[in-house]
Design a protein around this ligand. Structure first.
Ligand code: HEC
Ligand code: HEC
Length: 399
């Protein structure tokens, strides 16, 4: 796409969104509230409505470092998941989502307890995009909780450079990039549910701990994080897909784990299979590789027992970050080490890094086999230096 079309596209969209945002605001706040009313004005108005006289605007709780603004005074339209997801949600939670159809041509909006989701048609591009509306009240609640719980690492403005985050490795994520690694979704962006699952689980072996905040608090924080996407990118780009955690189905190898590990091992090392050893370490002696694969012409790359440092799309304070793929017998795997977790990680890949998405490229059966193989490496050698030393010695001596 040329930058000219993209400019035209975004101008049309902005105009279109501005109108819609205004319409949504008017309908949300009751017609008397002007769209540009500030939060305090709005709060006063509400208080006046309820008690007959303007009350003092609610005091913010002391949740931020001194001098830091607690309020967000804007509204945001954020890219929402597609129609299938809404149908699924409304099936799962009857009455939670309802669809207000407008013209009978499928256009309209989904409404849930927190948000309005609107289907927008872009004539020029011939696409439909779903947007969700996050209002200033919700974003403000999200910002307050973000400042209290997350900003020490993720930064007061969400740039990943909080006061205690500066010295952490891995660095806390910058939310100005809209890249997420471990949410295990196939689409570029995760759904709120996928993000919530990640935040509740935390990332093993990192300072990103499991958070036991309420679903309401997390929903607000998540809207705020999404709103930190730069204009026209991430959740503020109408063309970026949003998806749920990848479906794993049943483990096809139950009771046959040994065969799964064997199959996984071959795929892992096979350059015309999954070729994981292209980046991750190889766990066979290079001279035994031909035998494992039944093809003597296959050659191992240099430094086969070491991972290969890779470029990534991540930045810390504008500096690009290179990432080392983990050695499963040594490094911490962060997004979970059960067979199911490993299936999901391998299937979805790790966005913004060299780690590819394998769903579709490999069958689910092979994905499960790889998950079993990686799991066996972790279980047998991770955190067991003696067993690992023995294993590496055996590898070097094997022919
Ligand atoms: C003690 C520091 C710390 C705090 C506090 C913290 N985080 Fe993190 N967070 C991290 C680090 C470090 C990472 C990156 C981990 C990695 O890349 O392996 C991270 C990553 C993330 C990610 C990205 C996950 C992905 O898939 O890329 C999200 C989302 C996130 N944190 C949300 C939150 C939220 C929400 C809060 C507050 C409720 C919070 N964090 C509080 C340190 C922290
Ligand atoms: C082109 C390079 C490349 C290939 C090929 C590759 N990976 Fe990765 N992989 C990476 C990188 C880089 C990371 C580290 C990402 C990070 O930590 O940000 C990674 C991380 C992982 C993780 C750890 C995720 C976590 O939760 O911490 C697993 C598991 C994994 N890869 C499995 C595999 C498997 C299985 C294959 C083969 C099917 C494979 N990888 C192929 C580059 C690669």
């Amino acid at each position: 796409m040329t930058s000219e079309t993209s400019m035209r596209r975004s101008t049309t969209l902005i105009a279109c969104l501005a109108t819609l945002a205004f319409a949504a605001l008017a309908s949300f706040r009751g017609d008397s509230a002007p769209a540009e009313a500030t939060l305090e004005e709005h709060a006063e108005e509400q208080a006046a409505d309820e008690h007959g006289a303007p009350a003092e605007a609610e005091k913010p709780h002391m949740r931020a470092p001194i001098g830091v603004d607690l309020y967000v005074r804007e509204d945001a339209w954020l890219r929402a998941p597609g129609p299938e997801w809404f149908k699924k949600q409304s099936d799962l939670q009857p009455g939670r989502f309802t669809f207000n159809e407008e013209g009978g041509d499928g256009e309209g909006e989904w409404v849930d307890a927190q948000n309005v989701y609107r289907l927008i048609y872009d004539e020029e591009e011939d696409v439909y995009a779903y947007w969700s509306w996050a209002g200033p009240e919700q974003l403000t609640r999200g910002r307050q909780d973000f400042l209290q719980f997350c900003s020490s690492c993720h930064g007061i403005d969400g740039d990943g450079y909080g006061r205690s985050g500066q010295w952490l490795r891995p660095s806390p994520r910058s939310f100005h990039q809209s890249n997420f690694k471990f949410t295990k979704v196939i689409q570029p962006l995760p759904t709120d549910a996928a993000l919530m699952r990640l935040i509740k689980r935390g990332l093993e072996g990192t300072p990103m701990l499991p958070w036991a905040l309420s679903d309401e608090q997390l929903t607000d924080i998540i809207q705020y994080i999404k709103y930190l996407s730069p204009e026209g990118e991430g959740w503020r780009d109408p063309f970026t897909g949003v998806g749920d955690v990848v479906e794993s189905g049943e483990d096809t190898w139950v009771g046959k784990e040994e065969y799964a590990i064997e199959r996984g091992k071959r795929l892992y090392h096979d350059p015309s299979g999954a070729n994981c050893a292209l980046c991750h370490p190889g766990y066979v002696n290079p001279s035994a590789l031909g035998k494992l694969l039944g093809d003597d012409s296959v050659k191992a790359r240099e430094s086969y027992y070491l991972p290969v440092l890779k470029d990534s799309a991540y930045e810390v304070q504008g500096q690009p970050v290179k990432i080392m793929p983990p050695d499963f017998t040594w490094h911490q795997v962060r997004a979970g080490t059960t067979t199911q977790d490993l299936f999901e990680t391998i299937a979805s890949g790790i966005k913004g890094t060299a780690m590819p998405q394998w769903k579709g490229a490999l069958t689910d059966e092979d994905l499960w086999a790889l998950a079993h193989y990686v799991e066996s490496l972790i279980n047998d050698y991770k955190g067991k230096p003696d067993a690992r030393a023995e294993f590496m010695k055996g590898l070097r001596e094997a022919k």
